[in-house]
Write a protein that binds this ligand. Structure first.
Ligand SMILES: NC(=O)c1ccc[n+]([C@@H]2O[C@H](COP(=O)([O-])OP(=O)(O)OC[C@H]3O[C@@H](n4cnc5c(N)ncnc54)[C@H](OP(=O)(O)O)[C@@H]3O)[C@@H](O)[C@H]2O)c1
Length: 268
């Protein structure tokens, strides 16, 4: 019966994880969940002072190491990959979370906004996974696969009301990359799944979640009547990284309180 116990089935203890964009928002929620449960976590983001300070703060609860890098560039990605390879012989969990959004009316949508969104959300996710494949393979086994967890969005599952056209399409690409890579990497005992978050408070969502009134407006569109909380995100990320999810591959899991299936309430 021991293999059915939570402590065995949902454990991430002793695993090595990399969370891109782990310095704040959703990446930080995931990093906290792993660290609180005994994983060693690398976080990466552009602003080195913030990345290092957050790693230092999290280090009081477990092992957290900062490797600052701009993942939208080849140099940044190579720096991160080299930094991990210097320190680790295997990587159990890769969370491709770093992402950017750009909003503008359709008629004047700038090419720069398109490129910034796709370069980080889609291209860097693919290339980083490619460049870390040997470390992921080193961690992978038939009984306990290595994990790639991509952060998509409900905006990639249904058409959003906001003017973020390339962002929504980039997140649909993240979801399909998840399936395409799951088929390829599953054979190597690496599962690839995506989390499609609904609204969680972060810098990215500050513009529509910065007051109680706006939060209440968004909550009205949600069957469970609220926005996402850090533990909601940590919970799904822990599950996907644990033995409990070792037979889940190529899934895109909405974590949105039911917003995308809701046709009975308001939209936001
Ligand atoms: N919050 C939500 O409600 C929500 C909903 C659906 C999907 N998502 C997705 O969740 C992910 C995280 O979003 P968030 O809301 O937590 O956003 P956020 O608060 O803006 O955090 C983004 C993180 O990514 C880092 N980052 C940004 N550009 C980077 C780059 N070029 N290279 C490396 N790191 C970079 C940021 O740090 P630096 O600025 O220092 O680089 C930060 O750590 C994104 O993929 C987003 O699309 C969020």
């Amino acid at each position: 019966m021991d293999s059915f116990k939570l402590s065995s089935l949902f454990s991430v203890e002793g695993k090595v994880a990399l969370v891109t964009g782990g310095s704040r928002g959703i990446g930080l929620m995931i990093a906290k969940g792993y660290i609180a449960n005994g994983a060693k976590v690398y976080i990466s983001s552009r602003k080195s002072s913030v990345c290092e300070q957050v790693a230092e703060e999290l280090s009081q609860y477990g092992e957290c190491i900062a490797i600052p890098a701009n993942l939208a560039t080849n140099e940044g990605r190579e720096k991160l990959v080299a930094g991990i390879k210097e320190r680790e012989e295997k990587l159990d969990i890769l969370v491709n979370n770093a992402g950017a959004a750009w909003g503008a009316p359709f008629n004047e949508f700038p090419e720069k906004g398109y490129d910034r969104t796709f370069d980080l959300n889609v291209k860097s996710l693919f290339l980083l996974t490619r460049d870390l494949i040997d470390l992921l393979e080193a961690a992978a086994s038939f009984e306990d696969p290595a994990r790639v967890i991509n952060i998509g969005s409900i905006d990639g599952l249904s058409v959003p009301t906001m003017d973020n056209f390339p962002y929504a399409a980039s997140k649909a690409a993240v979801h399909h990359f998840t399936r395409v890579l799951a088929a390829e990497l599953g054979r190597r005992y690496i599962t690839v799944n995506a989390i499609a978050p609904g609204p969680f408070e972060s810098q990215m969502t500050k513009f529509f979640l910065d007051t109680d009134e706006k939060r209440a407006e968004v909550a009205k569109a949600c069957p469970v009547g609220r926005t996402g909380q850090p533990e909601d995100m940590a919970g799904i990320a822990i599950y996907l990284a644990s033995r409990a999810a070792s037979y889940v591959n190529g899934a895109v899991i909405p974590v949105d309180g039911g917003i995308i299936i809701n046709k009975r309430g308001d939209t936001f």
